[in-house]
Design a protein around this ligand. Structure first.
Ligand SMILES: [Zn+2]
Length: 454
């Protein structure tokens, strides 16, 4: 008995001597996410098909095979979490790379041309892989759309190849400022540090990623390389990577294939890109209250389970037949990193309360608290919630106020909730409070026209 105790004690001591250094290697886990891993993969596939229409994938087996071989060495590391990664080279001279949820990764020829060695390319690719493995895109989408996502992701339509279309209804696309592709500074730090670990394990000197970022920053000029517009510098990027490297075990970095000079020569011989990256993106309209006012002429919209009339200068953003729709003028929609916000218009959807048995007042309460948790400045009242009739059904009208996307304005949100087989059907009538004289009439007309078939 004693001997055993002594041995155990010795083991404990020697383990302690090793632990401090190892314990300081960064270990981040994916954050809160309403998407399943499977949904990340599905969304990535759909998005990749869309991207492939917009960019020009390089027509060179050799270049694609080269980038793929680096990618597969990285993807085999445990940090990559076994997603079905694919790696393709895009004929685009801007220094950039990006990855979609679930694994599709794209590397611009500009990045290959700018890198001093293979380890720098591997470092950027490892960074992209960590965005996938830590699920940063769908985590950001989750946080931006806590209210509408649960119903969308839970609905049966998902899985039938329409995920990207459904996300588009919620203002989540593949544009330059998309929550799926433009990362927070926290996400950047995580991808930098765990990407450096991954590159090192795969046999690439992780200091090269720090050197590459340093070089890009120095050469950036006024606009800076495109990489930094979607991968913002979290501050002291190079220092943080260098610090991480201090805790990595010593190893030989011998993964470099020596093929980079040949690949650079191939890139230099490519014809200029035929298609421009970002085709199909339109500049967002300028926010304007007068341009957003309801026209007075009505049109009709057929949604899933309901129909409603709406002013003809507003536009339904949603797919016909689905319960989720935003009807608003383009001049009242603000796209940001947090998703899209509507300042004048109507949002309709179905909300699923935690308890499927919740009665209408309780489910409405739960919806209101979810709305408030995604907009902490939002407050209820002062008008008390009251019973109303819409479309022949009992409903609750709850009034909320918050800061409008129109500078300096208070936003009035009139939330109407109706019992629905899946929970609660809701309609939010949104307008700046100062617009009531114009908005109230349109909203009255809309409520009068509302018809349900559930
Ligand atoms: Zn990044």
């Amino acid at each position: 008995m004693r001997a055993t105790t002594r041995i155990a004690g010795l083991l404990a001591v020697s383990a302690l001597a090793v632990l401090p250094a190892a314990a300081q290697l960064s270990k981040f886990k994916p954050g809160f996410n309403l998407f399943s891993k499977q949904q990340d993969v599905q969304l990535g596939k759909e998005a990749a098909a869309e991207i492939e229409k917009q960019v020009e994938i390089v027509d060179s087996k050799e270049l694609n095979a080269y980038i793929n071989s680096i990618g597969q060495k990285l993807a085999a590391q445990p940090q990559a979490d076994k997603y079905p990664y694919t790696f393709q080279v895009v004929n685009d001279p801007s220094i950039n790379a990006f990855a979609l949820p679930g694994g599709p990764t794209f590397i611009n020829t500009g990045l290959i041309a700018a890198a001093d060695n293979e380890a720098q390319i591997a470092g950027v690719m490892a960074h992209e892989i960590m965005h996938v493995a830590l699920r940063h895109g769908t985590n950001q989408a989750t946080r931006a759309n806590l209210i509408q996502l649960p119903a969308m992701l839970g609905s049966a339509a998902v899985g039938s190849g329409s995920m990207l279309g459904q996300l588009a209804q919620l203002g989540i696309g593949l544009g330059a400022n998309s929550v799926l592709l433009k990362y927070s500074r926290t996400a950047e730090t995580q991808a930098d540090l765990m990407g450096a670990q991954m590159a090192a394990q795969a046999g690439y000197n992780p200091i090269e990623i720090a050197r590459f970022f340093e070089k890009l920053e120095a050469e950036g000029g006024a606009r800076g390389p495109q990489f930094f517009s979607s991968h913002p510098n979290p501050g002291n990027r190079t220092k943080a990577i260098e610090n991480e490297i201090r805790y990595m075990p010593k190893r030989q970095y011998n993964a470099d294939t020596g093929q980079l000079p040949r690949m650079k020569a191939l890139v230099a011989k490519l014809p200029p890109p035929k298609k421009k990256a970002g085709d199909g993106e339109t500049a967002p309209a300028k926010l304007s209250i007068p341009d957003s006012r309801p026209s007075g002429r009505m049109q009709s919209y057929q949604g899933g389970g309901f129909s409603v009339s709406y002013p003809d200068n507003w536009k339904p953003l949603g797919s016909q037949g689905s319960p989720g729709v935003t009807i608003a003028p383009p001049t009242a929609i603000q796209q940001s990193q947090q998703g899209s916000a509507v300042g004048y218009g109507v949002v309709a959807n179905v909300f699923k309360p935690k308890s499927p048995r919740a009665n209408l007042p309780d489910a409405t309460q739960e919806l209101v608290s979810q709305m408030r948790s995604s907009d902490p400045g939002m407050r209820v009242g002062p008008e008390t919630a009251r019973q109303v009739r819409v479309g022949g059904k009992d409903a609750i009208l709850t009034t909320l106020r918050s800061a409008s996307i129109f500078q300096g304005q208070t936003e009035l949100d009139q939330l109407i909730t109706v019992s629905h087989p899946d929970g609660v059907f809701y309609l939010v009538l949104v307008a700046p409070e100062s617009e009531r004289q114009y908005a109230d009439r349109a909203f009255d007309d809309m409520l009068q026209s509302l018809r349900f078939n559930f």
